[in-house]
Structure formats: C-alpha cells, structure tokens
Design a protein around this ligand. Sequence first.
Ligand code: BES
Ligand code: ZN
Length: 487
Amino acid sequence: MIAQGFSLSSQTGRPYISGMSIAAALSHLEKTFPEHLEDLKKLVRIPSVSFDGFDPKHVRASAEAVAALLKKRGFEDVKLLEVPGAHPYVFGQWLHAGPNAPTVLLYAHHDVQPPGREDVWKTQPFEPVEIDGPGGLRLYGRGAADDKAGVIVHTAALSAFLNGGGQCPVNLKIVVEGEEECGSDHLPLFLKTYRKLLDADVLVLTDTSNYDCGIPALTVALRGLVGVEVEVRALSKTVHSGMWGGPLPDPAMALSKMLATLVDTEGKIAIPGLREAVKPVTAAEEAEMRKLPYEESEFRKQSGLLGSAKILKEGPNPVAQIWRYPSLTVNAIQASSRAQAGNIICDAAWAKVTIRVVQGMDPVATMAALQKALKDACPWGLEVRFKEDGCSGAWAADSSGPAFEIAREALSKGYGRDPYFIGCGGSIPFVTPFAEALGGAPALLIGVEDPYTNAHGENESLLISDLKKSCAAQIHLFAGLAEKFKK
Ligand code: BES
Ligand code: ZN
C-alpha cells in the first residue's frame, strides 16, 4: 500500500517522497513537540547509570521505558537484545518503505554517567527541570542531552512521518545501547550475535555535539580512548605519618611523581613514541580547521576555564586541537579522602588515567607505552598494578560521499543555517565496528548537545529549541536519504 503523500516514480518504480508529506511531518512535529519533550522527561527520571557499583535494575527499567516509547511512536518488533553480562540494548524496526528505499540504522544510548556531586547540582539530577540558560530554555537533568535526547530525535521523526505524513520514506532499524558510558565492553559479542538483524545502508547516530547553540554540526571524526587504572602500593596497612614519616615511602607522592612525567611543561604528552605516531595534519585539513570560528573568550565561557588558567595550545586553535591532537587526563586520584585526611601515610594510592588517541595512534601500542612510562617512573621500588579500562582507536569518516551532503542539507533545513563539519574529542565505541560490519556504510553523527551541555559534569542540560530543530533535521534527513540514497 502506498500511503498518502507517497507515490512510485513511473520510471524507476522507486518510492518518491513529495514535499507535501515532508511539510505534513514537520507540521505534526510542531504540534506534538511538547509530547516528545514529556517523553524525554520520563526517560530522565530513570537513573540509568551503567557504571559498576550502581544498581543495574535502573538501566533495565530504562531499557523497558525506551522499548515502550519506541512502540508508542511507531517502531515494530520492539525487543530488548541481551548479551550475557551487558546492560540491555533496545531494538526496533519499521520496514514498510519498500525494498528500494534505503535502510537506516539509528543509534542512541539510554545509559548515563553517574550524577557526580549532588551539592553542585542546582536541581535534582534525575528530576528534569526547564530553566532559562545559554541559548534559551534548557532542560536540566542527567542524560537530558547525553543521550536520552538522542532517542527522542529518532522517535519524534518516525512519529511525525507516520502520524503526519502517512508513512516513513526510509526503512528504519534502531539500536539504543545500555552500556555506552561505561565503555561498550560487550559490543563485539553484541555485533557477532545480532549482526544480521542490524543490516543497513547508512548509520545515523544522535550522540554528539552541535558547534554552538543553534549552530549545527556534523561530526566526521572522533578520538579513541585508552584508559588504565594504576595502583601504587607501599605498605600492608595505613600508618601514623608522625610515628613513621621519613623512612617510609609515601605511595601518594610516588604516584604524583609518576603522573607528573606523563606530560611536559606545556601539558603535552611526554610518553616516548606517542606523539610521533600522530598522523601529521595536512595543509588542506589545517585550512578547514582554520575556518571554524574560534574566540578565546567564548571558549573560556563554554568550558568554564578560570581567568588565570592558561589555554594549552597546539595546532591552529583549540577547536582543531580537540579534533586532531591527543590529550591525556587524570580522571580521578585516590589515597585516603578529603573527608578522612588524617595524619597518615596511605598504604596505597590509585589513579585513573586516560589518553584520547587520534589518527595514526595505535590504541594497543598506546596502552603499552602508557603502562611502561608509569612503571619506569615509579620510585623507591614500590609495587605497581594496572587494570586496563578501554582501548579503542580514533574514527574518521570520508565525508565526500553523497550521504554527507544529504546530511548537510538536512541540518541546514532543520536549523535554518549551514552546519560545520567537525571532529569531536569524545568517543563512541559503536561507530567503527558497525560501520565496518556494514561494509563501510556511511555513519552520520548529528547529536543535539552543545558546548554548554556539560555532559558528564554536574548540571547537564539540553537546549530545548535545538532538540526541536534536530527533530526537524531528522525528518529532512529521512526524506533526503529516500530521495537521493536509493538502492
Ligand atoms: N556522547 C558522548 C560522546 C561525544 C560527546 C562525542 C561529545 C562527541 C562529542 C558519549 O556518550 C561518551 O561520553 N562516550 C564516552 C565513551 C567512552 C566510555 C569509551 C567518552 O567519550 O568518554
Ligand atoms: Zn553519549
């Protein structure tokens, strides 16, 4: 059956979408947007933190809520996809656009980061609240942007077509992951188990950031992530620092010395061999990067960098640096605690260190070099132990293909202004293995975060007007893919 607004092109027999059905879908979105915002709020109320030590029942409840939402908004065959030991993935599909229409695999994740410091939140992390903020009215709450908003972009677009335009112009499959924020450890097994179910011509992921409020971006590169926990142990017990201080080596000091060797005085990674591996930035790349608007005052405001703190520059500008240069961060340090900082020598000290790797860097070699550097720098014969925590490479798209032009147009129409093509500093483990498994299918990364979102930190928020623009862009994207990405 061909629904209202659709016809088969007489020459090709392929589905063809009329401007009328796009307009009908957009007007349906306009009318029903408050309902989609309510859908998002319901998801944010579920504290689906996927980290160890947080109750996994909430991630399961979130998966069930996402499944119910997918069904409500028109996806079919909705089910949880399980892999032993993993938080549940949610799957759904809508395959009535006909055999000649492309099949689009949609991705988002429903798990979230831990809330962080409750006292730093201005609202309750799992109670969504609308407050004016950068760019206009924002929805505050953990996961409001990263990445529960990503789910809503998909459900709102399908629903707008089904209930406004008649039917959707592309075939859809959707995967909503439950363990992205804790490293997607079970992704290889998931892929092996469910590969056939997920066959598609193009991937659309809504888990990245816009360039600024109201300024869309298509992300064409991601950094990879190499993480390690390091523990330095000196004593079999924690002791009095007055009674024993002097002859006993302090593991917290040892760890500080070790960490300090990892970067030079300019903050650049100083681990032998690592920077040499980075694929040199070409003149053409540099020219592209220089086109990105950059204002130091804006950058400081967006990132929250204090006035006296120096920006550690490398490359054309910090935006390009995040795209194409590696970075090393100490994410956490532990040796006793602020609350229990007695006059003690700690038995051990612990830190988590991560390196964001870029093109040219081999994540496995980076992991080995990081551990060697820490071990070599450990003073006083102390014991060093490592626990590896993530080892994935960088991703870069060949953005010259037609899918990227279609996405450019769709974002322009949805946001009312042209997008920037950018590299983002974050990682999404799903992208590389899935794009490869689908025979090099193009991956379009068009998320709704912005530089004020503060994902992973406290007071995460989503710009509500950009969510609506993103949903509109998604409608244009489906229409564009149906029209120009036919099989
Ligand atoms: N949404 C982010 C990734 C992201 C953020 C990409 C901004 C581009 C711009 C995602 O949820 C995330 O945080 N991923 C983790 C992955 C890690 C656990 C392997 C990351 O980057 O830390
Ligand atoms: Zn995310």
